[in-house]
Design a protein around this ligand. Structure first.
Ligand code: PMP
Length: 402
């Protein structure tokens, strides 16, 4: 008998299980609104043109090689990435008290940060929005956090932000809790606090001495404007917080499988930052030893060259405006069908996802009858909607709620 005979079968990861079901389906009109990846209006993955250009240059470059990067990654990438989120004029950068560590994308940045907070500062309580990106919980649990709590976020009645509940929950948090804040384009709800709500959140984080850990997975992808999507992070930086920001280049560069990320760290002084970085290096070495090069080289090249940078911003706007168009189109189709209920949240929400408000029974109905695959919580990837399928998807939703 196998040595593994008593190993329990772990449950599948929901979003990947949904994709597997979709693949097995032979229906001609099947659509996958589950996985969070950009699609063109033809329903295809997109390599950003600026990325393609840089890759071609890299392939032709006789000097580039496959030597190891340092444990903390490619310095030019980390610097450019940290600057991208904090802004060119951030005092933390000018004062040498902010820097980055290259990570295995956003997931790796969250994990590295969580490991550090647990081991080096003894933090054990983590707060995440209700709901949140599911992996937040697993990442912090695996880093050793044993007290994982929710703060209220989504208000099902308004299909908007429950700011009152959010503030109440954070006010009740013990000091030195880590609080995960989605920098923009909240996943899965597509609902972000407005500037005055961010101001109130910041006040509570300060009063309760919570540790802000921003998750920035959609900078530029959300509004089409890199600065606007970094608003909340920069507000905290200006108010002199020590904090961490996990940055993912999966969506805004379309580098999903290249695992391109940065953990930006802001400290009170350069000396503290140096000590923190030394510990990060100690944590990264036995976990992945050193990070991959391909994606970060592309990002560093684009961010370091004015012409490429301008082209990238243009590519980002292509993606974000297609998403806005699809929001408007789906909304309009639902209106034409006189679908019961108010669907304004489809156009009010921001980013890759829309939290439709569909319940799990309605979701099952849509999957089984229409072969349109969406997450059990009603989240849909707006990028998977195209001019060709919007009507079909709207009629599926209409049928499920009528
Ligand atoms: N945070 C959030 C909120 C996300 O939606 C994602 C991507 N699904 C990530 C982090 C990290 O993704 P990755 O590891 O691919 O950068």
């Amino acid at each position: 008998t196998s040595r593994f005979v008593d190993v329990e079968l772990a449950p599948p990861v929901p979003v990947f299980a949904l994709t597997a079901r979709y693949r097995e389906d032979n229906h001609p009109n099947k659509y996958n609104l589950g996985v969070g990846a950009y699609r063109t209006d033809e329903g295809l993955p997109w390599v950003l043109p600026v990325v393609r250009t840089v890759e071609q240059q890299m392939a032709a470059d006789p000097i580039l090689n496959h030597e190891y990067l340092p444990v903390c990654g490619l310095d030019s990438f980390c610097k450019a990435s940290t600057k991208l989120v904090l802004g060119d004029d951030a005092s933390a950068i000018a004062q040498n008290r902010a820097s980055g560590v290259q990570t295995l994308s956003g997931t790796g940045a969250l994990r590295l940060g969580a490991e550090f907070l647990k081991r080096c500062l003894g933090m054990n309580v983590m707060y995440h929005s209700k709901p949140t990106w599911g992996n937040h919980i697993g990442i912090f649990q695996d880093a050793g956090f044993t007290d994982i709590r929710e703060y209220r976020y989504w208000d099902a009645s308004t299909k908007g932000l429950d700011i009152k509940g959010l503030l109440e929950d954070l006010r009740a948090a013990p000091e030195d809790s880590v609080v995960i804040l989605h920098a923009c384009a909240h996943n899965p709800t597509g609902v972000d606090p407005n500037p005055s709500e961010w101001e109130q959140i910041m006040q509570v984080v300060k009063e309760k001495r919570l540790f802000p850990f921003f998750d920035s997975a959609y900078q530029g992808f959300a509004s089409g404007d890199l600065d606007r999507d970094a608003f909340a992070v920069r507000m905290f930086e200006k108010a002199d917080f020590e904090m961490m920001i996990s940055q993912s280049f999966s969506k805004n560069f379309g580098l999903y499988n290249e695992r391109t990320g940065n953990l930006a760290i802001v400290a009170k002084d350069p000396e503290s930052l140096r000590r923190v970085r030394s510990q990060m290096e100690k944590i990264a070495r036995p976990m992945w030893s050193n990070p991959p090069n391909h994606g970060c080289r592309i990002v560093a090249t684009v961010l370091g060259n004015a012409a490429f940078f301008a082209e990238w911003k243009d590519n980002i706007r292509t993606m974000s405006s297609r998403i806005s168009d699809m929001r408007r189109m789906l909304h309009e189709k639902l209106r034409q069908l006189k679908t019961p209920g108010n669907w304004d949240h489809i156009t009010n929400q921001i980013g890759m996802f829309s939290f439709t408000g569909l319940g799990s029974k309605q979701v099952d109905y849509i999957i089984n009858k229409y072969h349109v695959y969406l997450m059990n919580n009603g989240r849909i990837n707006m990028c998977a909607i195209t001019t060709g399928n919007a009507e079909y998807i709207a009629s599926a939703i209409n049928d499920a709620v009528s």
